[in-house]
Design a protein around this ligand. Structure first.
Ligand code: SF4
Length: 388
């Protein structure tokens, strides 16, 4: 089983009103340079196994010509933040670090998150040239009023123009991120977003319901009464409309929030849902090595200092309950869980322990697999709680 590599780039042009990710405003080139140095150092000398550069996943190790023990990797993902703010030379340097430690498959999926109005034809051509073959594009909404509410720092036309630039540069695997359930958003607004996205025909769509996180400007606006969150019934209706409209437009749903043209599932994100190993690098990055999860510090300055002084910024590590995580992550996928395989691996009859959920119409069994029903997707938290 090949692993994935996640690289966190914590810089954005400005701060969106709903964002609680580990990200800073991109304004200090020397700070960015220092961060990239630290990131490369972490990759090259870092914490893939908590100590030396030696991933410890049984059955997938090999030896590079350098003599270093390495893991096979078939997905690389630049997330953030806004990785597309990085100059191509920096991206190239980070990829060189990844290649120096991991054995990256020739046909690896290499994704970069990109935001509207952060790239040019030249930077995109350079990214393509160095092997970035998938763009995860932060559209969020085509409604300018809602983009202002979210303080996205771009308008809908920027998204349309950047999408054309991506296509012109040869990106033939593009994913859109869209957010539903914005304060003041109507069902018709949401339908218009779906129509425009479907007309543009990206290969993949990730559609999320807005979550209002404590400590963000949007949470403050809601608390002060300046914004009113939409009610649960409208949110549920938005979800149902989305399932129907995207199916009509030729998209397959393969995960609760993810849709694609046949063959364009996100190979990287699927690793998380199938509980496959992913090594994360950078501030706040999380890793899973097949047995344990571990995570880096969430503060960029502290992350850099820790890497510079001791080569690791790990602040958290725990062994996970594999059976429980395999169940609730696997149920996110439309393919669900193979009941026989689950019993072989974890010694539990998951069909039997899901009888209550089945009676409530939240899960169903078909062809030896346990999966969420459409109702179960709407109330997925209730289902997942049953496995935690
Ligand atoms: S672009 Fe993304 S990561 Fe950056 S501030 Fe906005 S939501 Fe957060």
């Amino acid at each position: 089983m090949a692993a994935g590599v996640y690289l966190h780039i914590p810089f954005c042009k400005s701060r969106c009103s709903y964002c609680d990710f580990a990200t800073d405003v991109y304004r200090d080139p020397a700070g960015v340079e220092r961060y990239v140095d630290a990131l490369c150092r972490e990759i090259e000398c870092g914490n893939t196994s908590g100590s030396e550069c030696a991933p410890s996943i049984a059955g997938q190790t090999g030896t590079l010509p350098t003599g270093r023990v390495t893991a096979s990797v078939n997905t690389v993902y630049f997330g953030g933040g806004t990785p597309s703010l990085l100059r191509p030379e920096k991206v190239d340097r980070i990829l060189a670090s990844v290649n120096s430690v991991f054995s990256v498959a020739e046909r690896a999926e290499v994704t970069m998150e990109m935001n509207p109005a952060t790239v040019t034809a030249e930077t995109l051509a350079a990214y393509r040239e160095m092997g970035i073959n998938r763009a995860s594009f932060g559209v969020q909404t085509f409604n300018d009023r809602d983009l202002k509410l979210l303080a996205r720092g771009h308008d809908a036309n920027d998204a349309r123009t950047t999408f054309k630039l991506l296509r012109d540069a040869g990106f033939d695997n593009i994913s859109f991120d869209l957010i539903a359930g914005l304060p003041g958003q109507t069902l018709d607004d949401w339908k218009r977003n779906l129509e425009e996205a479907a007309a543009m025909q990206p290969e993949h769509l990730s559609l999320y319901l807005l979550e209002i996180h404590e400590g963000t400007p949007l949470a403050e606006q809601v608390r002060s009464g300046r914004r009113t969150p939409i009610d649960d019934e409208i949110a549920a209706e938005m979800y149902e409309v989305m399932l129907d409209r995207l199916a009509e437009a030729g998209y397959e749903q393969y995960e609760i929030s993810n849709f694609c043209k046949p063959g364009f599932e996100s190979r990287h994100n699927t690793k998380y849902w199938r509980l496959e190993p992913v090594f994360g690098f950078g501030v706040s990055a999380h890793s899973f090595d097949g047995k344990e999860r571990y995570a880096n510090d969430r503060d960029t300055a502290k992350y850099v200092e820790m890497i510079e002084s001791k080569g690791t910024a790990e602040v958290f590590r725990e062994e996970i309950d594999l059976g429980s995580e395999f169940a609730f992550l696997g149920l996110r996928l439309n393919e669900g869980i193979d009941i026989g395989e689950y019993e072989n691996r974890f010694g539990t009859d998951i069909a039997r322990s899901s009888e209550d959920l089945e009676d409530k119409g939240l899960v169903e069994i078909a062809a030896g697999r346990l999966r969420l029903t459409r109702r179960g997707m709407l109330f997925s938290n209730e289902v997942f709680q049953a496995f935690i």
